[in-house]
Design a protein around this ligand. Structure first.
Ligand SMILES: Nc1[nH]c(=O)nc2c1ncn2[C@H]1C[C@H](O)[C@@H](COP(=O)(O)OP(=O)(O)OP(=O)(O)O)O1
Length: 157
């Protein structure tokens, strides 16, 4: 099973704005999402999160500026090869400006205007808690078409 990262740049504490990216290629194409991807051999979740953020939207962050917001497991019963876990991070400090890359088109949203209908179906269950500063741990089971949530267990800390 693969492990991935998902990093959410935000402004404000509590969060007032969030940077999301419209994914242009690969898994989750056509959806707004945080920035991240597979943890490669030899990487830690944190080093992978730093690399992916730069690759996908050009922001340069320090490892110590990543706030660990927990871990989620995504299960696709009809496509077990898609099963993966994701290490979640929030970051509030970076260098550079968000820029469009071949993978993602970044866009700022007020936290009151997050486009949940154009995001992965699980996000509306856990993202509000994470934006309030709560760490989450949980599991999401997707429907046969990978578009709906069939079951979800989220614990907040
Ligand atoms: N249900 C879900 N909800 C969510 O909010 N993010 C999800 C998600 N399922 C996957 N993701 C995120 C996690 C991770 O950042 C990304 C998937 O990473 P992958 O490595 O599979 O895809 P990529 O096409 O980005 O590949 P690489 O960048 O080449 O590693 O999508």
């Amino acid at each position: 099973m693969r492990s991935t990262t998902l990093c959410l740049p935000v402004e404000g504490r509590p969060a007032e704005r969030i940077l999301l990216g419209m994914k242009k290629t690969g898994f989750g194409r056509g959806k707004y999402n945080g920035f991240g991807g597979k943890i490669e051999d030899g990487e830690t979740p944190v080093t992978a999160a730093v690399r992916e953020l730069k690759e996908e939207c050009g922001l340069i962050v320090r490892e110590e500026d990543l706030e660990d917001m927990g871990e989620l497991m995504f299960v696709f019963p009809e496509n077990p090869e898609l099963d993966h876990d994701v290490h979640l991070y929030i970051v509030r400090s970076w260098k550079g400006q968000p820029k469009e890359t071949p993978e993602m088109k970044p866009e700022w949203f007020a936290v009151t205007e997050i486009p949940y209908k154009e995001m992965w179906a699980d996000d509306s269950y856990w993202l509000p808690a994470v934006l309030k500063g709560k760490r989450v741990k949980g599991e999401v089971v997707f429907s046969a078409d990978n578009e709906e949530v069939d079951a979800i267990t989220i614990r907040t800390e």
